[in-house]
Design a protein around this ligand. Sequence first.
Ligand SMILES: Cc1cc2nc3c(=O)[nH]c(=O)nc-3n(C[C@H](O)[C@H](O)[C@H](O)COP(=O)(O)O)c2cc1C
Length: 213
Amino acid sequence: MKILAINGSHRKGKNTALMLRTVLEEAAALGAATELLELTDFNIKPCRACNKCLRQPRCAIEDDDMAAIGEKMLAADGIVLGSPVYWANVTGLMKDFMDRTRWMHMTQNMLAGKVGAAVTHAGLRNGGQELALAIMEHFLRAQGLLVVDDRAPDGPIYTAGAMGTMFGDLSGGTVTWKKSVAEDELALHSCRQLARNMVALIRRLRASHHRLG
Ligand SMILES: Cc1cc2nc3c(=O)[nH]c(=O)nc-3n(C[C@H](O)[C@H](O)[C@H](O)COP(=O)(O)O)c2cc1C
């Protein structure tokens, strides 16, 4: 079982990366092979809207790294996207990445039946996390993935998605801030549950494929 994480943060190795690594560590503990792609490491050109992908299952832009990223997506059983909130939205990098995967969707949903999930991190407590998460989850569903959330089947905690914040508390009239998502146990708990839900669904899908022959 392969789970691929894709980080759209413009900052490598920071909060969003830590959330994704937390998902992958839990998935690895459950037996998955994992990989984290930092989109900042790749050359990703914006979609030219040439619309050639309406007729052919490949992108007309071939002189950047998107084909290699697409191969990794096609080889994965599960894909978890991560983006910090930029203006109550995903980052420009994540959006360019999404646009450039259109060829996997237009002639047929080539990612259909894989399991998807998303995580996000923002400065504020209500900084647009739900919107950013909804944008990534909509993308995954449109691409045919089955999207899991962080609901625990037998536990009381459901945070409506893996969302972190730098906001700490209000203490004596002064706002305090976390130093990083490493101090946000609720967010990390969500990430671990997301991983458990991804692995469980991938296993269920595999078992039903075997049963159906
Ligand atoms: C261009 C830009 C726009 C941002 N917009 C928001 C926002 O709308 N709401 C918010 O709460 N934080 C916003 N932030 C803060 C980031 O979401 C926050 O710093 C996050 O932790 C960054 O994630 P990273 O550590 O993975 O880079 C913005 C940051 C940048 C650089």
